[in-house]
Design a protein. Structure first.
Length: 389
């Protein structure tokens, strides 16, 4: 279901400040609430301002309405006295300034960052996510910073404070709500979103006026009053953007086409480079073998006609090619000779080593310093082994 009851936010009271995360400009922290749950707290007075929390609530509600997994978003009441438990003066000031109401997300214990080179997602998820990020103008879903977590082998969306870029300098109206979203070209899953046009109708049908009203109604009135924008302005913006979605949707489709072509060209260049490298590593073909192949290709002609290949190319290649092949053949011969010399030297060294060991053994036997002599060093003198004197 995607009604107003599912988009309403719970309110928790922060009881313990656990640790700062020190990630991003919002300086979030892990806290423990009165329901004994852990949450990632986003401070109201962080560098991104209160409008980032508005974007977090509205975009998170829209994502849930589209069937995208988002950690539970709650309103968190923060006591400024908790600043005493943090030794960092900067964080102390942030906690004191953000006293009372803030926004927090459920802490996904054990989650890891999404790696586009390793982790796989379904095509359905990729299409929904690209469509959603183009709708809410989310600039923070690139390969450098995916804002996706893998938890229980499933991708989860986090951190939508950078979405709704239009409202950071907003008076409540947007001149062109259907404007294509150019940063979608850098989306981490754009190349995998191959059915945007096919899924457009189904996704747009989920965002009814009631759902949009519920997503905006979850924002506390104090946040909206501080931003100086009414709730109806957000509803009107999304209504107009959905009505004119053909433009920004086509922009995303065109951006995907360019991304796919660029990736294909990069793969071709890489394959070409690998081919050149491999050809350089190939063994040198001797000159006689190289032209023997051409000669065999001319066999089977009429008797007395001779080899068309030899008549066309001559017994030897042109002067420049002949010198080049000779240099390569000479290098191949030199390498083979060097290898043979190295093997010969190694064999001679091994033979000398074995002969030295045999000579030393004979000397020890003649002098009576065999194994028995070594044993006798710790007690009585060892007896001379039997045998001819």
């Amino acid at each position: 279901m995607t009604g107003a009851d599912t988009l309403a936010l719970r309110t928790v009271v922060v009881r313990r400040y656990v640790t700062p995360l020190r990630e991003g400009g919002s300086m979030p922290a892990v806290v423990e609430a009165d329901d004994l749950g852990l949450y990632v707290l986003k401070f109201r007075r962080a560098g991104q301002g209160g409008r980032a929390l508005i974007a977090e609530i509205i975009s998170g509600g829209i994502a849930r309405a589209l069937g995208l997994p988002v950690p539970e978003i709650v309103l968190a009441e923060l006591d400024a006295e908790l600043a005493r438990t943090e030794p960092d003066p900067e964080i102390q000031d942030l906690i004191r300034a953000s006293g009372w109401l803030n926004v927090a997300l459920d802490y996904l214990s054990g989650a890891v960052n999404f790696d586009p080179a390793v982790d796989e997602v379904t095509a359905d998820f990729a299409n929904r996510l690209v469509w959603f990020d183009a709708l809410v103008s989310n600039v923070d879903r690139t390969a450098r910073n995916t804002n996706l977590l893998i938890w229980h082998r499933r991708p989860w969306l986090i951190d939508h404070g950078a979405s709704l870029t239009f409202h950071h300098a907003w008076n409540g109206t947007v001149a062109d709500p259907g404007k294509p979203f150019a940063p979608i070209a850098e989306h981490v899953l754009l190349a995998r979103a191959d059915a945007l046009a096919q899924m457009d109708s189904e996704l747009a049908a989920r965002l009814t006026p009631a759902v949009l009203h519920a997503a905006v109604a979850a924002v506390p009135p104090d946040f909206l009053a501080e931003a100086g924008v009414g709730a109806q302005a957000y509803v009107d913006y999304f209504t107009a953007r959905l009505a004119d979605r053909a433009r920004w949707l086509q922009g995303a489709i065109d951006a995907r086409g360019c991304a796919v072509r660029l990736r294909g060209g990069a793969r071709g260049a890489a394959r070409g480079a690998r081919g050149i490298h491999q050809r350089r590593r190939d063994p040198v073909v001797p000159e006689e073998r190289l032209f023997a192949r051409r000669h065999r290709a001319g066999r089977g002609t009429a008797a007395g006609a001779g080899c068309a290949c030899r008549r066309a190319h001559g017994a030897t290649p042109p002067g420049r090619d002949r010198r080049h092949l000779r240099r390569r053949a000479r290098g191949w011969t030199d390498r083979a000779a060097a290898t043979a010399r190295a093997l010969s030297l190694a064999d001679g060294a091994a033979q000398r080593h074995h002969s030295n060991l045999a000579g030393a053994h004979r000397v020890m036997r003649r002098s009576g310093r065999g194994a028995g002599a070594r044993d006798g060093a710790h007690g009585a003198p060892a007896a001379r082994p039997p045998g001819p004197a």
